[in-house]
Design a protein around this ligand. Structure first.
Ligand SMILES: C[S@@+](CC[C@H](N)C(=O)[O-])C[C@H]1O[C@@H](n2cnc3c(N)ncnc32)[C@H](O)[C@@H]1O
Length: 468
């Protein structure tokens, strides 16, 4: 996953798990389109290999083109702008002049997005950008790494700037489309229907519903998020082939603190439930009795873990381990049993053991059969994994980016087998095998889902990965 470069009203970051859960398992192998791209939270999470992005805001779409085609120039030019009130207003005026070059236009958009009040994009009736200075202490105006990663993701993506209805002719059977139209006002004061000059009214909502019907007839799969209000719900609920679901989202931008809390949204899709991938961790079905081994009870095997209940899985595993006495003596480092949790395609298994001492402060040890890590044993340390990832990163930044995104997916509780299917055959000419790495990392994440250590926490291992 790459975090979006721009902050955008209506950003869908908080809905990522709900939306991914609706997509078919092989979504990364399909053409994927976003006709209302905005900041693109879902798009940059998915990192599709082909497809299109679109928005009616031409300056936004110019921005993405410049990111794709001229990332270095964009970075250098934007670095020349300083964060200071007078400069902000001068640059805002410049942004409102006609005939800027594509590069300058994109660079000013980036600067204003990082420095204007709340990161808003708002124009007046004449189409002039009019958001005031934002008083951020030390905003990161040029997220270099993100710009480069985004540029790579956009390499095979068509960038359009038109009305969302282009998608009917543009898409092909089997493609996936995600629609995130502007909010329909839920109250009189909700006024974010004007992202660009010209609003999005109920007639546009009806056109959008009809577009969904046309896509459905063509065999295109879609997911749509929209405001949870009666008028909208009625448009979709009457169509039998569409499923609707109510979810809670966090507003990405609202100028008033009082309206920044969670709001209800609806998700609509024509993707049949049987096509939905399992968005969960589960203990693999490949448990087997170890030499001196013990099989995890089936109730643990069958727990489907989503982000909220990953802790339950961890708890269930720990409870099972606690039935054993911990080792006591110096040499007795192994627990009495091995607990198989994953099988690798080379036949070797990953298993857990209980640590020798209760008070060692961690709850299980992860082993990989027939492997030797830096301690000359079969249990990897965090450092082993980090060093391996570093090697991979210097061997190929592009491939590492794919692996990093895959690790993020695992962090977000997508089962490694599903992640592996999505990334295809990813091999590096250095270090450990990708399958083994991802499956070990899954167990590090589970082990790290710790609430009671004040010096640790579920992010500990993830932070290590992020720093690489
Ligand atoms: C809710 S925002 C999308 C937010 C985005 N999903 C994100 O994560 O940041 C809606 C976007 O639709 C665009 N828009 C408004 N009317 C449109 C139209 N008729 N066709 C295409 N895009 C439109 C707006 O410019 C705005 O960027």
């Amino acid at each position: 996953m790459v975090d979006p470069i721009l902050k955008w009203a209506g950003g869908k970051r908080s809905l990522i798990p709900d939306i991914l859960a609706l997509l078919p398992a092989n979504y990364r192998n399909k053409n994927y389109h976003e006709p209302f791209i905005g900041g693109g939270a879902i798009f940059f999470k998915i990192r599709p290999r082909s497809g299109s992005i679109n928005d009616i805001n031409h300056r936004l779409m110019n921005f993405y083109k410049v990111v794709r085609d001229k990332p270095d120039e964009l970075i250098s030019l934007t670095k020349t702008y300083i964060h200071e009130k007078d400069t902000f207003y001068k640059l805002r005026e410049r942004f409102n002049e006609p005939n800027l070059s594509d590069l300058e236009d994109a660079s000013l958009l980036l600067y204003l997005n990082k420095t204007a009040f709340n990161g808003l994009y708002r124009v007046n009736s004449k189409g002039k950008f009019n958001v005031p200075f934002g008083r951020y202490k030390n905003p990161k105006i040029v997220p270099e790494r993100r710009i480069r990663a985004t540029s790579n993701i956009l390499k095979n993506i068509d960038i359009l700037c038109t009305d969302f209805s282009y998608i009917v002719d543009y898409s092909q059977q089997g493609d996936i489309v995600y629609f995130d139209p502007p909010y329909q006002p839920v109250s009189q004061t909700a006024n974010f229907t004007s992202y660009s000059s010209g609003g999005f009214d109920i007639n546009d909502q009806i056109r959008l519903r009809d577009t969904c019907l046309q896509l459905d007839n063509k065999g295109v799969q879609f997911v749509l998020s929209n405001s949870y209000i009666e008028e909208i719900l009625n448009l979709y609920q009457e169509i039998e082939r569409f499923n609707t679901k109510i979810v809670q989202a966090k507003r990405a931008i609202s100028s008033k603190a009082s309206t920044r809390g969670p709001i209800n949204e609806i998700l609509v899709t024509n993707i049949a439930p049987s096509n939905k991938k399992i968005y969960s961790y589960k203990l693999s079905d490949t448990f087997a009795r170890a030499k001196r081994g013990k099989i995890m009870p089936s109730f643990i095997r069958n727990i489907n873990i989503n982000e909220k209940s990953r802790n339950d899985l961890r708890k269930a595993v720990i409870e099972e381990l606690l039935k054993e006495q911990p080792g006591t003596g110096k040499r007795e480092k192994k627990s009495h049993y091995t607990y198989y949790v994953e099988k690798l395609s080379n036949g070797n298994k990953i298993f857990l053991t209980r640590p020798a001492f209760n008070k060692m402060g961690f709850d299980f040890v992860i082993h990989v059969e027939n492997m030797r890590f830096s301690n000359n044993k079969d249990n990897p340390s965090h450092k082993d994994i980090f060093n391996d990832l570093k090697k991979k990163k210097s061997a190929s930044l592009d491939k590492y980016q794919i692996l990093y995104n895959a690790i993020n997916d695992v962090y977000n509780c997508v089962d490694p087998d599903i992640v592996l299917k999505n990334i295809g055959n990813l091999t590096f000419n250095v270090g450990y095998d990708v399958e083994m790495i991802l499956k070990v990392i899954k167990w590090f994440f589970i082990e790290q889902d710790i609430r009671y250590w004040n010096y640790s926490g579920r992010h500990m291992f993830k932070e290590g990965v992020d720093k690489i």
